[in-house]
Design a protein around this ligand. Structure first.
Ligand code: PGA
Length: 252
């Protein structure tokens, strides 16, 4: 049975002391029974990961990075490898976020290299896909997500794909206050699950968690998560307030 997951993408927010405090507060607010039902993930900036690892209970909160390098080590100034993340106890990496794709030129080629690095270290990937407003208006959203999946994660073997969590994030809903309607989310999540079944098997499709992201908040999470194919959320802005994030977790 697939996992329900609520993941907080902190993006480039919080100074170290604020990040530690946020993680500690969240850790206090969660109890183990909640974690049995919903897997809680937080993705702070790179500079915070090692310190935050020491203040959270890994049975309650899984730590994730927001990106990683295309290579394992060497002359790649400014980059952080999946191996380095593994070494400090980070077992999950978000890849393919639309901000990385649009501002930092992540392409299917670079993302394939990054996914390979993460899998080589036996870590999990939260792989983000989603269309921009123009594509949605032109009704190309199905085509866009199919291409994004086919060019990267659908190239993996069955065993490799089992380490992939998908996150559908319509770019027009990220940080804009506009959310996909529950019907829009369910429609495309069901389509994505169908693609997984086509590429692998019904069993793998049933076991794949597909998260929704884009202006998800305590007010709309319940309605979004009540859809059969929406297995949780990738939360940006609302993950920076412990109470809001906890309320989203409790929406299941
Ligand atoms: P948002 O961001 O919740 O602030 O819209 C979501 C994301 O980018 O993961």
């Amino acid at each position: 049975m697939r996992k329900k997951i609520v993941a907080g993408n902190w993006k480039m927010n919080t100074q170290l002391s604020e990040g530690i405090e946020l993680a500690q507060t969240l850790n206090k607010k969660l109890d183990n029974s909640e974690n049995e039902e919903v897997k809680v993930v937080i993705a702070p900036p790179f500079t915070h990961l090692a310190s935050i690892k020491n203040v959270i209970d890994s049975k309650k909160i899984t730590l994730a990075a927001q990106n990683c390098a295309t290579h394992e080590k060497g002359a790649y100034t400014g980059e952080i490898s999946a191996t380095m993340l593994k070494n400090i106890g980070v077992d999950t990496v978000i890849l393919g976020h639309s901000e990385r794709r649009s501002y930092y030129y992540d392409t299917s080629e670079t993302l394939s290299l990054k996914v390979a690095q993460v899998l080589a270290n036996k870590q999990e990937v939260i792989f983000c896909i989603g269309e921009v407003l123009k594509e949605r208006e032109a009704e190309k959203h199905f085509e866009v997500v199919k291409k994004q999946l086919s060019e990267v994660v659908f190239k993996l073997s069955e065993a490799e794909f089992e380490n992939i969590i998908l996150a559908y994030e319509p770019v027009w809903a990220i940080g804009t206050g506009k959310t996909a309607s529950p019907e829009q989310a369910q429609e495309i999540h069901a389509y994505i699950r169908g693609l997984v079944a086509e590429n692998y098997s019904n069993e793998i499709a049933e076991n794949t968690s597909i998260l929704y992201g884009g202006s998800c908040n305590p007010g709309n999470a319940k309605e979004l998560f009540s859809n059969k194919d929406v297995d949780g959320g990738l939360i940006g802005g609302a993950s920076l307030k412990a109470d809001d994030f906890k309320a989203i977790i409790n929406s299941f």
